[in-house]
Design a protein around this ligand. Structure first.
Ligand code: NCD
Length: 305
């Protein structure tokens, strides 16, 4: 039985196959409509979510399966003090596969140890978010046609942003990738990503604080929200929250074929005027998230269509 705890749990070849299946789902949705008939997906969400939880649910429903779950810790027995291990043993009796989001780093890993069904990490604290990465890779591959030879700017809260950590982990395996890490000094990428992932894989990178300076060379700009819930004090958050605001004026510095991605939710970091720019790809990214999660559910349930 396979789980998905980190993007590295899938080889680049398996990622390609997943994206190929997702492309086939886009082309032939009817072919997949009953492929998970009789199967159940549980969504165990101890932290807020719109896209990740609903896209998993939408994915399973598109495959003809059913869904069950909870969308906050308050509405589960976690509020009574139940451990993640006991919850997953219970859920293993009710469902065939589960997606779990939890504020503590490593929680999906803990769950996977006791689970008898595949566990998908839907975000563990400031650590990893592998299915957002699948979504991001699928979006980049669909828009650019390839995942090699790209200069990728990651902008915003690189310290706490788990989507950034997972995406970097995945992208260092492709050829001729360059990162431009754009953040205020206080929100720089953690050492374990800079040293053990980027440098250890000999991937060229620069760290800058000005978005405008970085923009002209980028093929992809990955914007992120300042992660309010992971700050130790509110004043610090307020000082940081508007550190970057991408607007139409700044988009003039970017290449004609640069795409803007964002895992969403957006707060202030992208002005709504940018939404009408053909290079704004964040809502297309949301749509790709459903198809790639459909492909992932099929893979982990070992269903071939
Ligand atoms: C992200 C997350 O939960 O880490 N959202 C998502 O899943 N699309 C990004 C964020 O919350 O900023």
């Amino acid at each position: 039985m396979r789980h998905l705890l980190s993007p590295l749990d899938l080889s680049t070849q398996e990622l390609e196959q997943l994206m190929d299946v997702a492309d086939d789902i886009i082309a032939n949705p009817a072919k997949y409509a009953e492929s998970c008939k009789g199967k159940k997906l549980a969504t165990l969400f101890y932290e807020p979510s719109t896209r990740t939880r609903l896209s998993f649910e939408s994915a399973m429903l598109n495959l003809g399966g059913s869904i069950l779950g909870f969308s906050s810790a308050d509405s589960s027995s976690a509020a009574k003090g139940e451990s993640v291990s006991d919850t997953i043993r219970t859920v293993s009796c009710y469902a065939d596969i589960c997606a779990m989001r939890h504020p503590k780093e490593g929680s999906a890993f803990v769950a996977s140890r006791k689970s008898t069904i595949p566990v998908i990490n839907a975000g563990d604290g400031g650590h990893q978010h592998p299915t957002q990465t699948l979504t991001d890779l699928m979006t980049i591959r669909s828009l650019k046609g390839h995942l090699n030879n790209l200069t990728i700017g990651l902008c915003g809260d690189l310290k706490f942003g788990r989507t950034v950590h997972s995406l970097i982990n995945a992208l260092v395996r492709y050829d001729n990738i360059k990162f431009v890490l754009i953040s205020p000094n206080e929100l720089r990428i953690p050492d374990y990503i800079r040293e053990d992932v980027i440098k250890a894989n000999n991937v060229p990178f620069s760290e800058v604080s000005q978005l405008e300076d970085a923009l002209p060379e980028l093929d992809i700009l990955y914007m992120t929200r300042v992660q309010r819930e992971r700050f130790f004090n509110e004043e610090e958050y307020i000082r940081m929250k508007d550190c970057y605001i991408l607007n139409s004026e700044k988009m003039k510095f970017a290449k004609e074929d640069m795409f803007v991605l964002h895992p969403l939710p957006r707060v202030n970091e992208i002005s709504i005027e940018v939404d009408d720019d053909p290079r704004a790809a964040y809502f297309r990214q949301v749509q790709y998230g459903v198809y790639i999660r459909m492909a992932l559910i099929l893979k982990l349930l070992e269903i071939t269509v």
